[in-house]
Ligand binder design. Structure first.
Ligand SMILES: C[S@@+](CC[C@H](N)C(=O)[O-])C[C@H]1O[C@@H](n2cnc3c(N)ncnc32)[C@H](O)[C@@H]1O
Length: 201
C-alpha cells in the first residue's frame, strides 16, 4: 500500500539580511553634499519634495546618520510638526542635535534606536522616511514590518535605496513585502538609487 503522507518543509527564508555598514570614512565622503550632488543622485531639498506635509504631523526618519537629510526634512516639514530622528548611535544623535540647533522648522527629538524594533506605539507616525538606511539594517524584512506597525492608516512611507548596497538579490523580497503591506504611490530609479513612496491603507 502506498504511503500518502508527505513531509512538508517550511519555505526557505529569503536571504536579505544586511552584511553591510558604510565604513566611517566612506560615509564622510558620501555625506559631502557637493559630491552627492555631482554624482547626480542626492539633492536633499529637491528629493524631499515627495514627502507630504500636513499640519500637526509626526515624521520619523529612520537611520538619520550624520543628518544628510535631517536638516532639509526639518525645514521641509516646518514648525508645528514633529520630526523624530532615529539612529542606533547615541553619539551620532548628540552630534546631530548640536548641528541642528537653531535650524528653523519642525520640533526635532533625537532617539538612539533600532529600525528593526522601533520605539513607537502602533499607528503613531504620519510619515516614515528612510534615506539609504533600510539596506544597512540587520533584518530589512523585520524593519518593513515595524514600519507597517508604527505608521498610521493613510500614512506615508518614503524610502530611498542605494542600489550598489541593496543588490537585486537582497532587494527583491523586501520590495515584494513592501508591495504586499502598502499601496505603492510612486517609484523612480536612477543609476545609483531607487526612490519609493507608499501609503498604508
Ligand atoms: C548610508 S547611512 C545613511 C545615513 C543618512 N540617512 C544619509 O542619507 O546620509 C545608513 C544609516 O543607517 C543606519 N542604520 C544602520 N542600522 C540601523 C538600524 N538597525 N536601525 C536604524 N538605523 C540603522 C546607520 O547608522 C547609518 O546612519
Amino acid at each position: 500500500m502506498t504511503d500518502l503522507r508527505t513531509t512538508t518543509t517550511p519555505p526557505a527564508q529569503p536571504d536579505v539580511r544586511g552584511g553591510w555598514r558604510t565604513p566611517d570614512r566612506l560615509y564622510r565622503l558620501i555625506s559631502s553634499p557637493v559630491l552627492r550632488m555631482i554624482l547626480g543622485w542626492d539633492l536633499p531639498r529637491h528629493d524631499l519634495r515627495v514627502v507630504s506635509r500636513r499640519p500637526g504631523s509626526v515624521c520619523l526618519e529612520v537611520g538619520s546618520g550624520g543628518g544628510f537629510y535631517t536638516s532639509a526634512l526639518k525645514t521641509h516639514l516646518g514648525s508645528g510638526n514633529d520630526l523624530i530622528a532615529l539612529d542606533p548611535s547615541p553619539s551620532a544623535m548628540q552630534a546631530l542635535q548640536h548641528q541642528l540647533d537653531g535650524v528653523p522648522g519642525a520640533r526635532v527629538s533625537y532617539v538612539a534606536g533600532d529600525g528593526c524594533k522601533l520605539p513607537l506605539a502602533d499607528d503613531q507616525a504620519d510619515t516614515l522616511f528612510y534615506g539609504y538606511s533600510l539596506e544597512e539594517m540587520p533584518d530589512p524584512l523585520a524593519a518593513v514590518r515595524e514600519a507597517h506597525r508604527v505608521l498610521r492608516p493613510g500614512g506615508e512611507l518614503v524610502l530611498f535605496l542605494w542600489r550598489p548596497v541593496f543588490t537585486r538579490h537582497r532587494r527583491r523580497p523586501v520590495v515584494a513585502l513592501l508591495d504586499e503591506l502598502f499601496e505603492r504611490r510612486r517609484s523612480s530609479a536612477g543609476p545609483q538609487n531607487i526612490r519609493l513612496v507608499y501609503r498604508k491603507s
